[in-house]
Write a protein that binds this ligand. Structure first.
Ligand SMILES: [Zn+2]
Length: 100
């Protein structure tokens, strides 16, 4: 058995439609627009239909990463506030009986 054996390199094309009635391409459907994807981006490791969609996808990925970065800074402040609040409540709870 060898990985170069042609019997292991057989490409099986399926003839199925997605939710938008687009036929599956050589690599399924485009990650950006869900149309037939006959290309595979080695950089993204994702199926893609065109260079236009690749650029759109990279732009949206950049936006998500920037948004997450900003959210991440705020969330650290919120986690600190909640932790302080829980600590205060725990101190208060220990000083008074829970059930009277
Ligand atoms: Zn596309």
């Amino acid at each position: 058995m060898s990985a170069d054996d042609p019997s292991y390199r057989k490409i099986v094309k399926v003839d199925i439609l997605n939710e938008f009635n687009s036929k599956s391409g050589d690599f399924g459907w485009c990650i950006e627009c869900r149309k037939t994807a006959n290309f595979y981006c080695k950089d993204l490791r994702l199926p893609i239909c065109s260079l236009v969609c690749k650029k759109k996808y990279l732009k949206s990925l950049e936006y998500v990463n920037k948004t997450y970065e900003a959210y991440s800074k705020f969330s650290k402040v919120y986690v600190h506030d909640v932790t302080c609040l829980i600590n205060i409540l725990m101190i208060e709870a220990e000083s008074e009986p829970i059930f009277s």
